[in-house]
Design a protein around this ligand. Structure first.
Ligand SMILES: [Zn+2]
Length: 294
């Protein structure tokens, strides 16, 4: 069996996570914009800033198999990123960042990423960016919180250490970053889960939100809806979670794809009555993205 060459991301640590403040000018969080990138993930977190809608944070910027980009300029047109915008990666698998080298805008963002063992190609790309910092390892297992003016907040956590238990062949999904966004409301707080490729129950802030009674508004199915790494505790967490009046479930993947994603039957059986969406279906209507708003 071929042995994959793996290397470590060598970008410097962030001097201080308190310097990262994507919601400092925001009066509230509106929701998320999930882009059709083919097989992969790219999600914008939408905030209200001075009465207008702005992207506060871009989470992942991927897209590989069957991506919708016919020219490199399409990447910028479909997924605009302004200069110095915060761009966070859940992890370094290519389907989560591979559109960035094609477009011209994302490279000018401020990248905050997990330090991981990954492909030499990912390490080379990371080294080409001017403003890229790793979340310091002392924050592993500790939740970073960004708060908007009205109390809405983003939770971000690096869920596993570098180097991992299997440093030579690290499983990126288990040492990456997961985010949740929470909208405060007098009718009950609501959350949207952005797990990247990590199972929901492996993300401590998700487990805490469920215990706190924050209702489930939407989930991006982890690992593009894969049924692998799904355990009884994944079932239990989603099944027990109290739901907002509308629950949206989004599968971010191409159709078809070589991984048999998504295992949507599993989600449909577990979450009857939810609305199920697949990013690949957006293309039928020439749509670029789907917004899930609070
Ligand atoms: Zn992925």
């Amino acid at each position: 069996m071929a042995v994959r060459t793996r290397k470590a991301i060598a970008s410097p640590d962030l001097a201080s996570v308190s310097g990262v403040a994507p919601l400092s000018a925001a009066s509230g969080i509106l929701g998320v914009r999930v882009f059709d990138v083919g097989q992969g993930d790219a999600i914008a977190i939408l905030a209200k800033v001075g009465g207008t809608e702005q992207v506060a944070l871009q989470l992942d910027y991927g897209g590989r198999e069957r991506n919708p980009f016919t020219t490199n300029a399409d990447v910028d047109t479909r997924m605009p990123v302004s200069q110095n915008r915060l761009l966070m990666l859940t992890h370094w698998d290519e389907d989560h960042w591979s559109s960035a080298p094609k477009g011209s805008q994302a490279k000018g963002a401020r990248w905050v990423v997990p330090r991981q063992v990954t492909s030499p190609r990912a390490v080379r790309f990371s080294a080409s960016l001017n403003d890229i910092h790793c979340i310091p390892e002392k924050h592993v297992g500790q939740t970073i919180r960004f708060t908007a003016g009205n109390g809405d907040y983003i939770l971000a956590e690096k869920i596993g250490s570098f180097p991992g238990a299997f440093a030579k062949n690290e499983d990126c999904n288990k040492s990456g970053v997961a985010l949740a966004i929470v909208h405060r409301s007098s009718n009950g707080d609501e959350a949207i889960l952005l797990p990247g490729d990590a199972p929901f129950d492996k993300v401590a802030p998700f487990v805490r939100l469920e215990k706190q009674g924050v209702r489930l508004r939407a989930i991006i199915a982890f690992h593009h809806g894969a049924g692998t790494n799904w355990t009884a505790s994944t079932d239990k967490l989603l099944q027990n979670w109290s739901r907002a009046p509308i629950l949206d479930v989004v599968f971010s993947c191409s159709r078809p794809n070589s991984y048999s994603h998504p295992d949507d039957g599993r989600y449909k059986a577990l979450l009857p009555g939810a609305n199920f969406h697949m990013t690949a279906d957006l293309r039928t209507n020439a749509a670029v993205s789907r917004d899930i708003l609070f």
